[in-house]
Design a protein around this ligand. Structure first.
Ligand SMILES: *Cc1c(COP(=O)(O)O)cnc(C)c1O
Length: 383
């Protein structure tokens, strides 16, 4: 499925804005439902942090996915979008009291707990409300992912999760607490993972830990393996829908569920990444001493991934005629930061003031990370 841009509709809109191809999103969700549906014990959540645009959340909720949240604000956004509380999970290394209370008051499915002190606070806050909180422990599996260093989360050096060595201790602690119920194990090793071998390594580690627990006659209700499936930033249209068949089959083959267990997933980028593009207008083409700059009206405030992770987003000139000659540009934004660059030495059909450019594959970690730095207005979504 190839995204087409209705640029005749774009003329009257203030740039920059995010354009979402909702047909592609729906097709992606249908594929997830079909491929995960082959395995009756699989249960898929959407990682709200990838994009919490209310229109997208509504479409995703309608497809039947649950919601994976990493803050109280996200729990609120998910509930407001209509996700049932029994399908909301909440992870995060630093949950504030009000955020925990919000989860308790709404009886969310599960807190993914990341430390002993957090477990104690949840137990106390649940006790004050006369409730029993369902908790899973996020275990740091010390499994690397072959991805950017800033987006690996499952190594012992990362701040996330509970060390494997401490797993038994926290489980014993929880069994002595009256207001928490230990129901699952949670993992998340990183993002933009394209090598299925990384997921196989996680499965092997989960199997080891499960065997260790089984020897103590502990079998949890569910295993949650997080998200992380990557997308093709180089070729947004080549396989716009990620290979969910291979992804779910990998887990089916390598992760050994115990009888009665369900396997949960928390997919973010792979759900919404390819359906969004940042649309921006060329302000100026400026000749520098050694190169030419294409200065656009979108900046790192609208899409921070290139500045933050040296991420690549394919850039297309939507306005240039088919026979326009190619030229080489550094495509840059207007923000007063040298890192405000979308691409260096990019070949594009010749750019002119007023041309519309698309920064592709920007549906995940794009609009949601926008900031008001330089007193800039936030970009809006167009569907
Ligand atoms: C970010 C995150 C996800 C989603 O990651 P993607 O790479 O976007 O699929 C899932 N689970 C947790 C706990 C996360 O922090």
């Amino acid at each position: 499925m190839k995204t087409t841009f209705p640029i005749e509709r774009f003329g009257g809109l203030r740039t920059p804005f995010y354009y979402y191809d909702t047909a592609l999103l729906r097709e992606t969700l249908d594929t997830i439902r079909r491929e995960a549906g082959r395995y009756p014990d699989f249960c898929v959540h959407y990682a709200v942090k990838a994009n919490a645009n209310p229109t997208l959340l509504r479409i995703i909720r309608e497809s039947g996915l649950g919601a994976d949240c990493v803050s109280g604000g996200e729990v609120k956004a998910a509930l407001e979008a209509g996700f049932p509380a029994q399908k909301v999970v909440y992870a995060g290394v630093g949950k504030s009291d009000w955020e925990i209370e919000l989860g308790l008051d709404n009886d969310i499915f599960c807190f993914n707990v990341e430390s002993v002190p957090e477990l104690e606070v949840i137990n106390a806050l649940a006790a004050a409300r006369g409730k029993v909180a369902r908790v899973a422990f996020r275990i740091n599996p010390n499994v690397g992912a072959h991805t950017h260093a800033n987006i690996t989360t499952g190594l012992a050096e990362n701040k996330f999760g509970i060390a494997m060595e401490d797993m038994d201790r926290i489980i014993i602690m929880a069994s002595g607490m009256e207001h928490v119920k230990f129901v699952g194990l949670h993992f998340h090793i990183g993002s933009q993972i394209l090598d299925m071998g990384d997921f196989v390594a996680l499965c092997n580690r989960v199997n080891e830990l499960q065997e260790r627990l089984a020897q103590q006659h502990i079998i949890v209700e569910h295993i949650n393996v997080g998200g992380g499936l990557g997308i093709d930033y180089q070729h947004p249209d080549r396989q716009a829908i990620p290979d969910f068949a291979a992804y779910f089959a990998t887990y089916h083959k390598h992760l050994h569920l115990m009888p009665g267990q369900t396997l949960h997933f928390e997919l973010g980028r792979s759900v919404v990444g390819q359906c969004g593009s940042l649309i921006t207008r060329v302000l100026y083409v400026k000749q520098g001493a050694h190169k030419q700059f294409c200065i656009v009206d979108a900046g790192m405030t609208d899409l921070i991934r290139p500045a933050l992770y040296q991420a690549y987003h394919k850039i297309e000139n939507l306005s240039a005629p088919a026979d326009a000659p190619a030229e080489t540009y550094d495509v840059v934004g207007p923000i007063c930061e040298s890192s405000d660059v979308f691409g260096k030495a990019i070949d594009l059909p010749r750019c002119q003031r007023g041309d519309l450019l698309a920064l592709r594959s920007a549906g995940a970690y794009g609009e949601i990370m926008a900031s008001g730095y330089n007193c800039r207005p936030l970009p809006v979504g167009v569907f």
